[in-house]
Structures are given as C-alpha cells and as structure tokens.
Design a protein around this ligand. Structure first.
Ligand code: HEC
Ligand code: HEC
Length: 508
C-alpha cells in the first residue's frame, strides 16, 4: 500500500498545474488546424472547399458534440475528447498521437478565443447519465417503439440505414445527411449507449437532429424512453460490415448447383462477406471530393460454369432520374445510382495490377457496369474495355453470358453480377485457386455523381476457393455409407434371426 502510494504522491507534486496557454495554442493551431478551420477560425481554410461536412466555424461558438444542454458552451472535456479522438466519418483527425496533452490543452484555449461565448458564459453542467437502464430484449423493444413514435425513421429510415423521406440542411445552409445508424464506427460523438443518449438528449446543435430531452418541447421524450431508444440504436449496429483496413481478399465459395440470382436471397449469407472503404476519385478531372457513400461489401459464389458476385452498399436514397420524390430529396441535379467492378483485361501469372485509374495502353482493364436507370425505364448493364481514363469501348456482354440485377431495399442497394467462368475471347476468366485483382467504384446519383465523379476502392483480390476435394466431401460420406450398410446388414441378420425365432415360437 505504502509502496504504491509513494510514487503516486510524487506524481501529484510534479503534475503540471500551469494554465493552458493560448499563445502557445496559436502556434499549434497555425501549424495543424488552420488548413481546415481557417486562419481566422471561420472554417474557411484552404482545404475547406474539398470537405463535407465542412470544418467547424469557431467564431460562432457553436459546437455539435457536447455534454452540456441547451445553448451552453461545451466544457473543456468535451473539446478535449474531440481534439484527442477526432470525429469518425469526417476529415477531422484525432490528435492524441501527434500532440501532447499540454499542446492539446493549449490549442483548445486558443480556439476558445475565436468566439466571445466563452468569455460571457460558463459551460453548464454535463447532463446526468445516472438513469441508465439495463439493456434487455424489453428495453430494446421499447426503444424500437420510441424510434417509431419519435419519427426517427423520417430521417434515418425504417432500419436506420437510409431510404429517407426528408431533405435536410444544416444551419449553414449546406446539405446534410442523417447518420447511418447501423454503422457506429461513423458516429462522430462516440457510439456507446451513453454517447447516443447524450445526442438524443441535447441534439446536435446546428443540425436538424432534434433535441429530445427538453421538457415542454413537442419532440420531448421521457428519460426512460431516451435510454431505451439509445439501447435500440446500439442494437442496430452491424459489425459484420465494418471495413477492415487489412482486408484484401474476397473469398468466392464453390456452390454446386444453380447460382444465387436474387440480390436479397437469404442464401447469400453462406458466402463470406468483406467490406472495403470507398474514397472519392480526385486524381483525374472531373474530380469528386465530397462523398456520401463510404463503403462497399462484396461476396462471391461459383459453380463449374459460372461466377456470381454480389455487391452491396448503403445509400440514403435510391436515385433514378424522373422519380419525383428522389429528385426533391437531392440537394442538386440528380443522376442515376451505379456501381462498377474492374478487372485486368489480360491475366498474367505475375499478379500484376494495371494502373488503378482504368489501366493504360499496355495494361487494359475490363469494367462490369450496372446503373439503376431512369424511374420509368430499366436498369442497364454493360461491359467496357478501358485503356486509361476516358477510353471506354463497349463489349458484347452476350458473348460471356454476362448479366447484372440490382435491387434497393430499406437503404441498401444490392447488385448481382454473373458471368461464365471461362468465356474465352479476351473476357475475364475465373479459374479456381487463382488470385485475380479486382476494384470497385460507385456512383451516388443524388450527390451529383456521374462519369469520373465517383467513389472507388483500391485494388483488392478475388480468390475462387477451390471446391472441397473429393477426399474431404466423399470420405465421410463413404464411411457413413459403409457404417450404415454395416448396420443394415446387422439389423437384417437380427431381423432374420428374430423372425426365425418368432416363426419357431409360432410353432411352424
Ligand atoms: C483535415 C481537416 C481538419 C483539420 C486539419 C482539423 N479539423 Fe477540426 N474539424 C474538421 C471538420 C470537417 C469538422 C466538423 C465535422 C462535423 O461537423 O461533423 C471539425 C470539427 C472540429 C471541432 C468541433 C467539434 C464539435 O463538437 O463541434 C473542433 C473543436 C475541432 N475540429 C478542433 C480542431 C483542432 C484543435 C485542430 C488542430 C489540432 C483541427 N480541428 C484540425 C476538420 C479538420
Ligand atoms: C429531422 C431529422 C432527424 C430526426 C427526426 C432524427 N435525426 Fe438523428 N440525425 C439527424 C442528422 C441530420 C444527423 C447527423 C448530424 C451531423 O452529421 O452533424 C443525425 C445524427 C444522429 C446520430 C449520430 C450521432 C453521432 O455521434 O454521430 C444518432 C445516434 C441519431 N441521429 C439518432 C436518432 C434517433 C434515435 C432519432 C429518433 C429518436 C433521431 N436521430 C431523429 C437527423 C434526424
């Protein structure tokens, strides 16, 4: 006890007690923060026009992720947490590895000088988290009911994934998309049940996300209901779709018999899925900087003849030009949602990948493309060959029995691409046991994405896992048959013996 206490006492004496220095904070700010937040703290740094959401304008004294209710400014702890951890799903980095505790305190002291709110008002008390209910199927069920009653679905969709019915803007007049509640790794203010409860209670200032904890307001929910809704939100998390930076391989599994044709068929659950981050294409003009669709999930199955690749991604709105509801939800001109899969056109044993921007003259790529089509028309699919940006030549999909089928359900697009495995004729061939480079691209029509304005993954691999060998499948079957055969013979003998004895008993 004494041995433990002694170094602790020393720590207390030498612990830094100096007040944070906004002068030193200014140096830190100008070096690290001004690029985005602007020299004057107005959110207009040189990088700002390429970012969505926009960097915070500190001159307004308005902060989104705080623990103090109402108009009250955030506490130093609130700001400290954001500066240390960053804001997942946005360009705001976490600084805990780059800046020391003291530097972070100093820079916070400096950003507080941009607005006089910190001079005139003290941060209020953090809201109480003492009433937290235990999580149980009952609280989650109550939370589901609160979600319905509080009209969360208008903005977040029935399943929390999108298919939204409200067009939203933030207080700065910029388009804003509600969070996908199944992806807690994109929650800016933290994804624990306490974090979610805090957001529901005090809202997200500057955004249309309502305040549910202010008594007397028409949106007000009881404390019990807010905890239940927070448990429900946490229960919506789908960690199976969390992109892992280390994931590089889609494992296609052998599926004897007919391949799965329907995008939402339950049988797809048997194929292992892997998710990849999508980044805006900003290398070649016409560039995209600010994207909404942030990841894609792939699965693949094959049989002796064919391969089927399922691509899945969440999109808050299914964009098909001519659809009046979707046109109204889009912040600008709306194009059709689309997705593409890119393979090297020529397959080498050397596992070489063409230039990811559609290859080049010597190393062409093949692109499978599907687009949602106009509302009163049909989805379209095609195969292109490309030798660099803007060089696409259409190929005849019929020659490789190529097809694609897409469907949008509750915030998720799924598209199944199918093709013969060995089409010859310079189409991509899919040999079992071989690694094939593959990359994906997506277009979010309601975000004005078209042509080279799209999101994309890096090159990853598609691997057709060889079918389980005869030994693996058949040996157990043969053993079972032999055993069963043996049992049959034995039981036949017993029956015969038994029969005889019965006959004998019968006196015959
Ligand atoms: C690459 C751009 C970028 C850099 C660099 C950057 N930020 Fe940010 N920051 C953002 C964006 C974008 C947001 C707003 C995200 C949102 O609204 O969801 C933000 C928001 C914030 C917020 C507001 C949190 C809230 O609750 O509203 C604080 C505080 C902040 N940044 C501090 C800093 C500090 C301090 C630095 C430097 C050490 C820094 N930022 C550097 C992009 C950046
Ligand atoms: C009027 C539209 C609207 C309604 C209704 C609404 N939200 Fe939101 N919500 C938003 C928007 C917009 C954001 C994203 C704000 C941002 O990015 O700055 C958001 C963000 C969130 C977040 C993410 C917090 C974070 O840290 O990133 C959660 C969780 C959430 N909402 C839950 C709910 C629940 C639960 C309800 C119903 C009780 C609800 N919302 C009702 C618009 C709404």
């Amino acid at each position: 006890m004494i041995r433990l206490a002694a170094p602790f006492a020393v720590f207390l004496i030498v612990a830094p007690t100096a007040a944070a220095s906004s002068e030193i904070g200014q140096i830190v700010y100008e070096r690290w923060c001004g690029w985005c937040h602007g020299e004057k703290g107005d959110g207009n740094g040189p990088a700002a026009r390429y970012l969505m959401p926009k960097p915070r304008d500190f001159t307004l004294g308005l902060f989104k992720y705080k623990s103090t209710a109402g108009e009250s400014p955030p506490s130093d702890e609130d700001l400290g947490r954001i500066v240390a951890e960053g804001m997942p799903g946005t360009s705001m980095p976490g600084w805990k590895d780059l800046l020391t505790d003291t530097e972070r305190r100093d820079v916070i002291a400096f950003i507080k000088t941009f607005s006089d709110i910190f001079e005139f008002e003290k941060p209020g008390q953090a809201i109480s988290l003492d009433g937290q209910s235990a999580v149980s199927p009952k609280t989650i069920e109550l939370g589901r009911e609160v979600y319905r009653k509080a009209k969360c679905a208008e903005c977040h969709g029935d399943t929390g994934k999108g298919n939204i019915s409200k067009k939203l803007k933030d207080d700065w007049g910029d388009a804003i998309w509600p969070r996908n509640l199944t992806k807690p790794w994109t929650f800016r203010g933290g994804s624990s049940v306490k974090d979610v409860y805090t957001r529901l209670t005090i809202g997200i200032p500057g955004t249309p996300m309502p305040v549910f904890g202010e008594p007397g307001k028409k949106e007000a929910l009881s404390e019990e209901d807010r905890w239940a809704a927070a448990h429900y939100v946490v229960s919506l998390a789908d960690h199976t779709r969390r992109p892992s930076p280390g994931a590089t391989k889609i494992r296609a599994v052998y599926h004897p018999g007919e391949l799965i044709a329907e995008p939402f068929a339950e049988a797809w659950a048997e194929a292992p899925s892997v998710s990849f981050r999508l980044a805006p294409q900003f290398i070649a003009a016409d560039r995209l900087f600010t994207s909404v669709v942030d990841q894609i999930t792939a699965r693949a199955v094959y049989n002796d003849k064919e391969i089927a690749l399922l691509i899945e991604w969440d999109d808050p709105t299914p964009s098909m030009p001519g659809d009046r509801v979707q046109t109204n939800l889009a912040p600008g001109e709306m194009f059709e949602d689309a997705v593409a899969v890119q393979f090297p056109a020529e397959q080498s044993e050397k596992l070489e990948k063409p230039y990811f921007g559609h290859g080049d003259a010597a190393n062409p790529v093949v692109m499978w493309h599907w687009s949602a089509g106009p509302a009163d028309g049909r989805a379209a699919y095609s195969i292109f060959e490309m030798r660099g940006m803007g060089t696409r030549v259409k190929r005849d999909p019929g020659r490789s029995d190529f097809s694609a089928r897409g469907q949008y359900v509750d915030g998720t697009w799924r598209v199944v691409f199918r093709q013969t495995r060995n089409p010859g004729d310079n189409h991509v061939a899919f040999e079992s046991g071989r690694l094939l480079p593959v990359a994906f691209a997506a277009w979010d029509g309601s975000n004005g994405e078209r042509g080279s304005r799209h999101t994309l993954t890096r090159w990853v691999w598609l691997w057709l896992a060889p079918p389980p060998s005869l030994k693996v499948v058949y040996v157990p079957v043969i053993v079972m048959t032999l055993l069963a055969g043996g049992l049959l013979t034995v039981s036949a003998r017993v029956r015969r013996a038994g029969g005889r004895s019965r006959e004998e008993r019968d006196g015959k």
